[in-house]
Design a protein around this ligand. Structure first.
Ligand SMILES: Cc1cc2nc3c(=O)[nH]c(=O)nc-3n(C[C@H](O)[C@H](O)[C@H](O)COP(=O)(O)OP(=O)(O)OC[C@H]3O[C@@H](n4cnc5c(N)ncnc54)[C@H](O)[C@@H]3O)c2cc1C
Length: 228
């Protein structure tokens, strides 16, 4: 069935860890949000992470996390100072997910079930009234009257801001002078704290700021975007 939603503040492409967190946070800040996902459900990669247990984060200190990113770690200082492991664990606690510490400082859901992590994200989105549309592979993005029109097989979705969280690089993030935001969550422990921290990497960023009612994402010239 072809559908369309108009006038969303934010259209998020991709329902992985990055897109789910970005969508939930944008909605929490008051934005109307729709998530477009090409598969039939959210968090597919989360479900296979940590041998389906999802190693959420690690008890290592901030410097150890930053060191994992090599020279790029310096771009995460600001983000980690705003949102690090305590905030992440508090976030999951808020969503009803209990966690436990294991050897090597690894932190997992008490249930040992990655599906509960996806469930936590789903509750977060539900609280914010986020619409999710599955089997909606994005085929093109074009400039619209007041932002962008995102084309999918399920129809067109317009939004003032587009967050691209498709887990890979995008060659172009600027379209007719409008603002596009590319997010990526880092992987493998303890690196994934970046993902959980709400940090997102913005590839080849040349724009500086994204605003939608109560929601902003800042992109540094180095390509780091901060949502919230
Ligand atoms: C086997 C494995 C084990 C892992 N274990 C861990 C672990 O224990 N702990 C940990 O922290 N990390 C782990 N990781 C890494 C972690 O899973 C990733 O870093 C994280 O999930 C990446 O999230 P993302 O949102 O950036 O990308 P993704 O999860 O890849 O999400 C991108 C989403 O965008 C969608 N998409 C792509 N193109 C389009 C399009 N054109 N239109 C619409 N939707 C589109 C995709 O279908 C996907 O759902 C593991 C990864 C793997 C593969």
């Amino acid at each position: 069935m072809v559908e369309s939603f108009t006038n969303s503040d934010v259209v998020v492409i991709g329902a992985g860890a990055a897109g789910l967190m970005a969508a939930g946070r944008a909605a929490e800040c008051g934005a109307s949000v729709v998530v477009l996902e090409k598969t039939d459900g959210p968090g597919k990669k989360i479900l296979v992470s940590g041998k389906s247990r999802c190693n959420l984060t690690n008890s290592a200190d901030r410097n150890a996390f930053l060191a994992m990113y090599g020279p790029n770690g310096r771009f995460l200082h600001g983000t980690f100072s705003r949102f690090f492991r305590p905030e992440l664990l508090a976030f999951f606690e808020w969503q009803g997910l209990k966690t436990k510490l294991e050897r090597g400082g690894r932190i997992f859901p008490v249930s040992d079930d990655a599906r509960d992590v996806v469930g936590a994200f789903e509750r977060y989105l539900s609280r914010g009234g986020v619409r999710t549309v599955f089997n909606a592979k994005v085929e093109a993005i074009r400039a619209g009257d007041a932002g962008f029109v995102v084309q999918t097989a399920r129809g067109d979705f317009s939004g003032r801001t587009v967050v691209i969280a498709t887990g890979g690089l995008l060659a172009e993030n600027r379209l007719h002078g409008r603002r596009l935001c590319v997010c990526a969550f880092a992987g493998s422990s303890p690196g994934p704290a970046a993902a959980r921290s709400g940090a997102a990497r913005c590839e080849r960023s040349r724009f500086s700021q994204i605003h939608a009612r109560g929601f902003s994402a800042q992109c540094s010239r180095h390509g780091l975007v901060r949502i919230g």
